[in-house]
Write a protein that binds this ligand. Structure first.
Ligand code: ADP
Length: 405
């Protein structure tokens, strides 16, 4: 009898504990929802919240609720999202915003980060009036592509904040459009040195021209012709690489002797620019590229480091291995690259200073070729730079022997 009573009491106790647990969890959920609403509406009590909610739009409530769940959302949301404070500085941002927009950072102002006055004004207007705003803006990202921006302001305690959703609305170019755009760019690039040559040749017709002047003009024609040849060769090389018709890029090239050879070939250039170059690559490291591709990559980076450094600058080539990756760096303490230009330097024909690049015999294709080769081999190239302080280019590749066949 006693045993039956004990079993009955135990079962009743367990059942009450389960009911209590359910009640507590429900209460907790309700409290969490209530707290979310209070924080979204900036209210102190449920009554006040009810009043505030009546005045708020659905979107504002959603934005408020979103803000409390922001951490999870920001990690996974597939679009660029920014959470801004009252002064339009970035409190937090989605991973996609970090990778796609390249410039924004926490605590930085929106205008400074994305460079759009229109977006900055719309954000301030949205927070001022507590009214959502929608507009299309052009951002630095990917060559000033258009982005649709949706701004949802809300109150957070006594402050105002807003969430900005961005969406790339540029229509992807069709292959035909890309091809004709490329043809237009190429013909423009070819026309410039050709026009220069024509003017020089015209001037040489002048019978009265002093001999020294004529020799100077002929030297210029020679330089322009060399530039044209290099341009055509690089365009063809890049287009063969892109079409996949190029010879295989794979192989194995030992890095240190390659760097030594390139420096030897560039002795004249190094002397002309009075730059000190140091090969600090350890013995025994190899790149998973054939010699031609490895030379093209390294030579382009070294060339730039020498050309864009002032007299007396230092250039260092170093390398290392980490896990399955091999990494090499070309570092200079030269003129550096402004943050505004940095995201674009790997684009075809992009030059920070066209006339300087032209003077130095550049084509604007070197870095796009480097990027293409490195990415085709499963690696990546990264530039870190500060205007006036120098540039560091880092190439990371799978260590030789572990590339897919
Ligand atoms: P270019 O033929 O003009 O050198 P690249 O594609 O090699 O073309 O480089 C693109 C642009 O990036 C250059 O015109 C230059 O403005 C900038 N750049 C590249 N490397 C450096 C560097 N080490 N220091 C400063 N600017 C650089």
């Amino acid at each position: 009898m006693n045993l039956v009573l004990i079993i009955f009491l135990a079962t009743a106790l367990m059942a009450s504990a389960a009911i209590l647990a359910i009640l507590i969890s429900r209460l907790r959920r309700q409290r969490a929802v209530m707290e979310t609403i209070l924080s979204a509406t900036g209210s102190e009590s449920p009554e006040e919240a009810a009043g505030s909610l009546a005045r708020l739009t659905d979107r504002e409530v959603v934005a408020g609720i979103v803000s409390t769940r922001l951490k999870q959302l920001l990690a996974t949301y597939p679009k660029p999202v920014l959470l801004l404070d009252e002064s339009a500085a970035i409190i937090d941002l989605s991973r996609k915003a970090e990778t796609e927009l390249e410039q924004p950072r926490r605590k930085r102002g929106l205008l400074e980060s994305l460079g759009s006055h229109d977006l900055d004004e719309a954000v301030r207007r949205a927070m001022d009036r507590l009214e959502p705003q929608e507009l299309t803006v052009r951002l630095h990202a990917h060559g000033r592509r258009p982005y649709a921006a949706s701004i949802f302001p809300f109150r957070n305690s006594d402050r105002r904040e807003c969430v900005v959703f961005l969406e790339d609305v540029s229509t992807p170019m069709k292959f035909g459009e890309l091809r004709s755009q490329f043809a237009a760019t190429v013909s423009h690039e070819l026309r410039t040195p050709l026009a220069g040559i024509r003017v020089l040749v015209e001037s040489l017709r002048d019978q009265e021209m002093p001999k020294e002047e004529a020799v100077r003009f002929l030297t210029k024609i020679e330089a322009e012709t060399a530039r044209l040849r290099q341009l055509i060769e690089e365009i063809l090389f890049l287009s063969r690489l892109e079409s996949g018709a190029a010879e295989s890029i794979r192989g194995e090239t030992v890095l240190r002797p390659l760097a030594d050879q390139i420096l030897k070939d560039k002795e004249q250039l190094i002397g002309k620019f009075e730059v000190k170059v140091e090969n600090m690559v350890p013995d025994g490291l190899s790149l998973p590229l054939n010699e031609r591709m490895a030379t093209t990559v390294l030579s382009n980076l070294i060339d730039n480091a020498i050309k864009y450094s002032g007299r007396g600058s230092r250039v260092e080539i170093s390398a290392g291995e980490e896990g399955n990756r091999v990494e090499f760096m070309v570092r200079d303490d030269g003129i550096g690259i402004d943050a505004e230009h940095l995201p674009h330097i790997f684009e075809r024909f992009y030059r920070v200073d066209r006339s300087r690049s032209r003077r130095l015999g550049g084509t604007g294709l070197g870095l796009s070729i480097v990027k293409h080769i490195v990415e085709s081999a499963g690696g990546e190239v990264q530039a870190i730079s500060r205007e006036g302080f120098g540039t560091e280019m880092t190439v990371t590749l799978p260590a030789s022997g572990i590339m897919e066949p």
